[in-house]
Design a protein around this ligand. Structure first.
Ligand code: AMP
Length: 178
């Protein structure tokens, strides 16, 4: 397991100053491109939730769709999405969250989650936690229970975990600094 995690870490590429100066972007495309490591990543998450009676995996646009749908398949759970405004065709609920400058929002179909569903929220990475916190709000609004928020990568130094309280957070890899 420790070796697997080290291999996963080595398959993530740092791209300095993307998408803007000062940000180190964690590029997971080399990880996704390696079949064995992509499978290991999903297996780690699936092992964690296998006994948790998860009904639905909720993927956050857009890399959360990749991680989340593979996890849903593995767990035989349903899969649903939260998207940027204006992308979903049916009636939606929305939740706003703060960015460094201004606010952004996310939308979910009003019938995306069965009533009382046990939901795991999935994304590639947690930074400040704003995106996942807004997503957790949407799950609550739809009457679902957040089992946990699951990430491949956690930028621990940004303390996104705190913003997500009282929700539980799991990440495969933690980074203490950029
Ligand atoms: P936050 O709301 O600050 O936790 O940001 C999380 C969202 O932004 C996730 O959907 C990530 O994919 C993306 N993101 C934020 N920072 C980075 C980064 N340094 N590298 C890659 N993706 C990032």
């Amino acid at each position: 397991m420790k070796n697997d995690i080290t291999s996963i870490r080595h398959a993530i590429r740092d791209i300095p100053n993307f998408p803007k100066p000062g940000i180190v972007f964690k590029d997971i495309t080399p990880l996704l491109g390696n079949g064995a490591l992509f499978a290991k990543t999903i297996d780690i998450l699936a092992d964690r939730y296998r006994e948790q009676k998860v009904d639905t995996i909720l993927g956050i646009e857009s890399r959360g769709f990749i991680v989340g749908s593979a996890l849903a398949y593995k767990l035989k759970a349903g899969f649903c999405v939260v998207r940027k405004p204006g992308k979903l065709p049916y009636d939606t609920h929305s939740a706003s969250y703060e960015l460094e400058y201004g606010t952004d929002s996310l939308e979910i179909h009003i019938d995306a989650i069965p009533k009382n569903a046990r939901v795991v929220i999935a994304d590639d990475l947690i930074a400040t936690g704003g995106t996942a916190a807004a997503t957790a709000q949407l799950v609550s609004k739809l009457g679902g229970t957040v089992v946990e928020c699951a990430f491949v990568i956690e930028l621990s130094f940004l303390q996104g975990r705190e913003k997500l309280q009282p929700y539980s957070v799991f990440s495969i890899l933690q980074y203490d600094s950029e």
